[in-house]
Design a protein around this ligand. Structure first.
Ligand SMILES: Cc1cc2nc3c(=O)[nH]c(=O)nc-3n(C[C@H](O)[C@H](O)[C@H](O)COP(=O)(O)OP(=O)(O)OC[C@H]3O[C@@H](n4cnc5c(N)ncnc54)[C@H](O)[C@@H]3O)c2cc1C
Length: 497
C-alpha cells in the first residue's frame, strides 16, 4: 500500500495497511504481526523521514472520540486519530474549554501532532501539556500485545513526543483551559530588538522576517477580556481572501509561472507587505484567531529552533545565507565568511550561490521550554545552577525559551532540489553555530548522530524506547538509525562538561 504525505516528498510503501475500529482490533493486528515493523499514520502532514515506510501501517482515524477525563479536572481523553479541528469544535460545542496551544493549522491528529512536538507561539508545544497516553504494545514477558496507560515519569515525558516509537497511541489525555479571546494586529518594524521588546505586551505574538525587504512584520497577539470585536467576521474574511488566498496566488505566480528573481524580490519588497493592514486591532476566539489556512497550497518547510540568546545572530546568519544563495556576485561579509568556515560549509555555500531565491516570509515563533525528553523546545538535561543559567558547552541554557524559524517553499518537482540543498546547508551550519534543532516533522536533513547530539536527554529517550520495545518493532528505518547507538563518549562529554 503506497501513500504520499501532504508535501508529496515522502512516499510510504507498506506491506499492509489497517484502519482498526476498536482497541481489540489493534491488539489482534499486533498479535498477528509479531516481529514486523509497525507504525501509525496521522494525516501525513509531516515532511520528514519520521514517516519512513514500515511493514505494517495503522491508520487510527476511527479513534476520534472526545470525552471529559473522569479523574483530572478540565481534561479530555482524545482518540489518537481525532483531528485538532474536530477536537476544538467538540470542546467549543460541549464545554467552556479550549486547548492550551494550537499551531498554524488544525488538520493534524492529536497523536501525530504530539509525536513531533507541534507548537504555536508564546506557549509550550502541545506535547508539554499531555497528562497521559494510552498505548498498545507488546508485553516484555509474554510477547503478547497489551494496552498500557502511561501517566508519569520519564516514560510519560518520552511519550509526550515519541516520534511514533513507543507503540500505537490509542488516546491522549490533555488538560484544557477556559476559552479565551485573542486580540491581534499587525505592525512593521525595522529592528529585531523592537519586535522582541513588544513580547512583554503581546506574549502570544509571532513575527515574519520579510525577505528582500528585510523588515519584520509582527502579528501582535495577547489574551483579551474586551469582548469579541464587531468586525471579527470582516477581519477573518480579509485574512482568508487577502492573506491566505490572494497573497499566495501572487507568490505562486512569481515562483511557478514567471520564475524571475526580480519579480520575486519585487513581490516581497512592495506587494506582499502592502497586503498587510497595519494596526487594525481585532479581538476574537483563540481557536479562530490563532489559526491560518496554511494548508491550502502544497508546499514544504524547514523549521529550526534556537534559544533566545542565539536568535539575533541566527537571523542575521540566515539573512546573509539567503542573500548569498540568490546572488553569485555579492561580496560576503567577513564575519559571515568566518562563520561559514567555522561550520566547515564553505564549499557547500559556493555550490548554493546564485541558485536559490527565497520566496516566502520567514516566520519566527516563541516556544516556552517543554517538559519532555526530546521535543524541539525541551531543556531537559541542560544545566541550571542556583537558579541561574549556566551555559553548557553545547551553548544551551536551562530555562531559556526557544524560537523557531520557519522557511517555506512552493517550488515543485526538481525545482525543489535547490531548497533541499539550502535546507541541508542551514541544518548543518546552524547546528554547528547556534545548536539549532530541526523540527522532527519537517525537512530534517541532518545525520542521525548530529540530531542525537542536540538533545542532552537523548540517551534517556533511547533507554525508555529500548525498555518498552526491546525488539524495536515500532521503529522505521530512520528512527531505527536514530535510536541505534548510544551517544558516543565524546558526545556525552560535550553535553556534560
Ligand atoms: C500546512 C502545515 C502546517 C503545519 N504547521 C505547523 C505548526 O504550526 N507547528 C508545528 O509545530 N508543526 C506544524 N506542522 C507540522 C505538523 O504539525 C507535524 O508534522 C505533525 O506531526 C503532523 O501530524 P499528523 O497528524 O499529520 O501526523 P503524521 O505526519 O501522519 O505522523 C507524524 C508522526 O506521528 C506518528 N503517529 C501518528 N499517529 C500515531 C499513533 N496513533 N500512534 C503512534 N504514533 C503515531 C507517526 O508515526 C509519525 O511518526 C505543519 C504541517 C503542515 C503540512
Amino acid at each position: 500500500m503506497k501513500k504520499l504525505n501532504f508535501g508529496r516528498n515522502v512516499q510510504i510503501d507498506s506491506m499492509s495497511y489497517f484502519t482498526p475500529n476498536t482497541e481489540a482490533e489493534v491488539l489482534d493486528i499486533l498479535n498477528k504481526n509479531k516481529g514486523r515493523s509497525i507504525r501509525c499514520m496521522g494525516r501525513l502532514h509531516s515532511w520528514s523521514q519520521v514517516l519512513d515506510s514500515p511493514d505494517i501501517l495503522l491508520d487510527l482515524s476511527h479513534f476520534d472520540s472526545v470525552r471529559p477525563n473522569s479523574d483530572l479536572a478540565m481534561s479530555v481523553d482524545v482518540g489518537a486519530g481525532c483531528q485538532i479541528k474536530r477536537l476544538l469544535s467538540e470542546l467549543e460545542g460541549k464545554t467552556p474549554w479550549t486547548l492550551p496551544s494550537v499551531g498554524f493549522i488544525t488538520e493534524q491528529t492529536i497523536a501525530g501532532a504530539i509525536s513531533t512536538g507541534t507548537h504555536g507561539s508564546g506557549r509550550h508545544s502541545l506535547s508539554h501539556y499531555v497528562a497521559g497516553v494510552r498505548v498498545a504494545r507488546y508485553d516484555s514477558q509474554t510477547g503478547n500485545a497489551v494496552i498500557v496507560d502511561i501517566t508519569d515519569g520519564d516514560e510519560l515525558r518520552a511519550a509526550r513526543c515519541s516520534l511514533g516509537c513507543l507503540g500505537v497511541i490509542l488516546s491522549v489525555t490533555i488538560p484544557c483551559r477556559p476559552k479565551y479571546l485573542v486580540e491581534e494586529h499587525f505592525r512593521e518594524y525595522e529592528q529585531l530588538d523592537d519586535v522582541l521588546s513588544a513580547e512583554q505586551e503581546y506574549p502570544l505574538q509571532q513575527f515574519y522576517l520579510v525577505p528582500w525587504r528585510w523588515s519584520f512584520i509582527a502579528q501582535h497577539r495577547r489574551e483579551s477580556e474586551a469582548g469579541t470585536s464587531k468586525a471579527i467576521g470582516l477581519y477573518h474574511w480579509y485574512r482568508f481572501l487577502v492573506l491566505d488566498i490572494a497573497m499566495h496566488w501572487l507568490i505562486l505566480l512569481v515562483v511557478r509561472v514567471l520564475r524571475i528573481q526580480v519579480a520575486v524580490k519585487a513581490v516581497f519588497r512592495w506587494l506582499a507587505p502592502a497586503c498587510v493592514i497595519r494596526n487594525w486591532r481585532v479581538t476574537g476566539p483563540s481557536s479562530s484567531q490563532l489559526v491560518m489556512e496554511h494548508e491550502l497550497f502544497r508546499h514544504v518547510e524547514i523549521e529550526l529552533f534556537v534559544q533566545r540568546h542565539q536568535l539575533p545572530s541566527a537571523l542575521l546568519f540566515l539573512k546573509n545565507t539567503l542573500a548569498a544563495s540568490a546572488c553569485l556576485q555579492d561580496d560576503l561579509d567577513d564575519k559571515f565568511r568566518n562563520q561559514i568556515a567555522e561550520a566547515s560549509c564553505t564549499d557547500k555555500l559556493e555550490q548554493l550561490r546564485g541558485r536559490y531565491c527565497h520566496h516566502y516570509p520567514i516566520c519566527v515563533r516563541k516556544i516556552l521550554p517543554d517538559d519532555t525528553l526530546v521535543s524541539m523546545a525541551s531543556n531537559e538535561g541542560i544545566a541550571i545552577e542556583n537558579g541561574t543559567d549556566t551555559e553548557s558547552r553545547i551553548g544551551l541554557s536551562g530555562d531559556e525559551a526557544w524560537y523557531s524559524i520557519t522557511l517555506t517553499n512552493y517550488d515543485r518537482g526538481h525545482r525543489r532540489n535547490q531548497f533541499e540543498e539550502l535546507a541541508s546547508f542551514l541544518c548543518k551550519s546552524m547546528k554547528d553555530l547556534f545548536d539549532a534543532r530541526p523540527h522532527w516533522g519537517k525537512l530534517c536533513p541532518l545525520p542521525t548522530e548530529a540530531l542525537q547530539s542536540l538533545y542532552p536527554a537523548f540517551n534517556d529517550f533511547r533507554r525508555v524506547c529500548d525498555q518498552v520495545d526491546k525488539d524495536g518493532v515500532f521503529r522505521n528505518p530512520w528512527t531505527r538509525s536514530l535510536l541505534r547507538s548510544e551517544l558516543s563518549n565524546e558526545g556525552l562529554s560535550q553535553l556534560n562538561p
